[in-house]
Ligand binder design. Structure first.
Ligand SMILES: Cc1cc2nc3c(=O)[nH]c(=O)nc-3n(C[C@H](O)[C@H](O)[C@H](O)COP(=O)(O)O)c2cc1C
Ligand code: SF4
Length: 621
């Protein structure tokens, strides 16, 4: 027996790197379900997941090396080659592009003497693009290690790069006194909340834990009935009735149940959860605690996207304060047997992990691949137990509903869409930011508030949603008409609709997890087809091709990503038909004839950036 626990799994004195990795694994009890945390710590410490790291983590957690590699290669923030000591991730969202990111990127490239996608020879800097980082209201924006910088200009980029080159640490770009600031101060120094309109539920004054007090005076079934009675729909996009989901989880026989807060907020154009995580941290956790009471859960998880690492300390501080105050932990608020704990699970740069099955996989230490449904998480979720996954905003409304009563919430909004909702407004408008408004407003009413005078197209609900043309700005925000998780992106008449559509298709190609063929390959075909329209090379029958292929992808994909990925095309075909017809030319052979399926599949593999073993699990086989 050895006196050094670090040698135990190997029976030898490990090299320094190995030793540190063994210590990291031990911090998480060598539990393979904490693989994300382990790999995040390894990446932070060594700036890559080296072959030695893969072996060491595999041995310590009792997993095969291929299993660890499957996780390490799935997430964009895990590197297979050493990253620079400072990694600059430039937000590549279409809003950032229109706001000047290409010029900002050139300025960084020039000052750092590397191209986007490269690491400097001395290992000081890596420069890369990353999809939407939830800062569209202050684009162009970038992450520099774990801090964020916003409203970038060429001049600002130059100054930042020069400061970093001279040895200034990224945190000092925010404040010389960064380390002395509270987590909340740090976050708000980096990022503006841009709260433009505070409504009745979340962004006005909120009494402390009034909802939790009220919940503890009720039986769990009554809490569920209140949520059903309020008409609350999930705020993450799909709009599923929250109370119904909770009732399923509560009524499913099980020894354990779990509550998960989805703070992955990766939908391009969405940033409302960022503001709640910064300003309503207590309310989120209060809502989760009420949910735990309602369904009988003892453990919860907040899944925070890697792009929001700068908000991690805010959450950890609030969790600690609530534990201290008896609002988390054992016998909460003195109620014997009401025990509930929450852990924070960081993501690592994968949009698909916002999908609840993929999110659960990630929490279980697996690659973030969606699960086959049914069973739904409410009956069989995290570790096989009934699990409710709800959006950050949903939990906040829950706490307010318990305080103010279900009728109060039900009586706001319109039929099928009760209550108020946060809208993230960005793009070509004077007042980008967060608007808390009752459901039922018209697009035009919201545009007037946001100062979007020359709006020509408005994307409601992110790329999976609907692109609305100017002549239909009388359409209403709500599930009877324009259902939405809250993203509203404004485009003026100078923007090229096909460029926007092509960008969103490239986003879906990049973010497809690669599990099923229609999504993995079909979206590449769609993107290519849109590019042909942009170049004026498409034929009239190619419009039918776009519709046919979109229909196939929607029908045959395994998860919501594939099922909604053709929407940028379908909704612009419906609402902007002239954009397509103006670009067609009569000629022989359409796009159909110009595609070679095999080369497209090969290209899809490259674009989806997934290892070949993932393709072996194709559900069509
Ligand atoms: C590709 C994809 C990404 C998603 N991303 C998010 C997300 O970032 N945040 C979120 O709350 N829901 C997201 N969802 C929806 C979740 O799967 C799930 O419906 C939601 O978390 C349930 O919470 P809610 O009922 O409170 O909305 C996503 C769905 C898909 C298909
Ligand atoms: S639809 Fe796309 S993202 Fe969803 S499981 Fe299939 S390949 Fe993955």
């Amino acid at each position: 027996m050895t006196s050094d626990p670090a040698t135990t799994p190997f029976g030898e004195q490990p090299a320094p790197e190995k030793r540190e990795i063994i210590e990291i694994c031990a911090r998480y009890d060598n539990d393979h379900r904490r693989m994300m945390d382990i790999l995040i710590d390894v990446q932070d410490r060594f700036r890559w997941i080296s072959p030695i790291a893969l072996e060491t983590v595999a041995t310590a957690t009792g997993q095969s090396r291929i299993a660890v590699e499957g996780v390490a290669t799935f997430y964009a923030f895990f590197a297979q080659e050493p990253k620079g000591r400072v990694t600059i991730r430039l937000c590549d969202d279409i809003i950032d592009r229109f706001a000047g990111m290409p010029e900002v990127a050139k300025a960084f490239e020039h000052e750092l003497a590397i191209n986007v996608g490269e690491t400097s020879a001395d290992g000081a800097f890596s420069l890369e693009y990353t999809p939407c980082i939830g800062l569209c209201d202050q684009a162009p924006a970038a992450m520099i290690n774990d801090i964020v910088v916003v409203d970038l200009t060429v001049e600002k980029a130059r100054r930042i790069a020069m400061a970093l080159k001279s040895g200034v640490r990224p945190e000092s770009l925010i404040s010389d006194r960064f380390d002395e600031l509270s987590p909340h101060e740090r976050a708000t120094r980096m990022v503006d909340n841009n709260i433009r309109h505070a409504g009745a539920s979340l962004l006005g004054p909120v009494p402390e834990d009034a909802g939790l007090h009220a919940a503890l005076r009720k039986r769990p079934e009554q809490i569920v009935s209140d949520i059903i009675g309020s008409g609350l729909r999930g705020c993450g996009g799909a709009g599923y009735p929250t109370g119904k989901k909770w009732r399923t989880a509560a009524q499913t026989e099980a020894e354990e149940r779990f509550v998960i807060c989805n703070a992955d907020e990766g939908e391009p154009g969405t940033f409302k959860d960022r503001v709640l995580l910064t300003e309503r941290t207590d309310l989120i956790i209060e809502g989760m605690t009420i949910a735990a009471r309602a369904i009988g859960a003892r453990e919860g998880i907040i899944y925070l996207r890697g792009e929001y690492t700068y908000l991690k300390a805010v959450l950890l501080e609030t969790l600690a304060q609530r534990r201290q105050a008896g609002l988390l932990g054992r016998d909460i608020m003195g109620v014997e047997g009401f025990d509930f704990e929450i852990r924070l699970q960081m993501g690592a740069g994968a949009y698909v992990c916002g999908e609840e099955g993929a999110l659960i996989s990630s929490c279980e230490g697996l690659p973030g691949e969606p699960k086959t449904r049914p069973p739904f998480p409410a009956t069989r979720g995290y570790l096989g137990y009934p699990t409710i996954v709800n959006n950050v905003e949903t939990f906040c409304h829950v706490a307010r509903i318990l305080d103010r009563g279900p009728e109060w919430f039900f009586n706001m909004g319109i039929e099928r869409s009760h209550g108020v909702k946060l809208f993230s407004v960005s793009g070509d408008c004077l007042n980008p930011g967060i608007y808390e408004l009752p459901f039922g407003l018209t697009v035009q009413e919201l545009l007037d508030m946001a100062g979007a005078e020359d709006a020509a197209a408005v994307l409601v609900g992110g790329p999976c949603g609907t692109m609305v043309a100017r002549d239909r700005f009388d359409r209403r925000l709500g599930y009877g008409d324009l259902g939405t998780g809250g993203a509203v992106v404004v485009f003026n008449g100078d923007r090229n609709i096909l460029e926007i559509v092509e960008y969103y298709m490239s986003f879906f190609v990049h973010e497809s997890c690669g599990y099923c063929t229609p999504c993995r390959v079909g979206n590449v075909f769609l993107q290519k087809a849109v590019a042909k329209f942009r170049k004026g090379l498409a034929n009239p029958e190619d419009i039918d091709y776009l519709r046919d292929l979109s229909g196939t992808i929607i029908e045959t994909s395994r998860c919501g990503l594939g099922m909604t990925s053709p929407n940028p095309i379908l909704s612009t075909l419906d609402n902007f038909p002239l954009v397509y017809s103006a670009m067609v030319k009569p000629s022989e052979g359409g796009i159909r004839a110009t595609f070679d399926i095999q080369s497209a599949i090969d290209e899809a593999r490259k674009l989806a950036k997934r290892r070949s073993h993932i393709f072996d699990s194709d559900f069509t086989k």
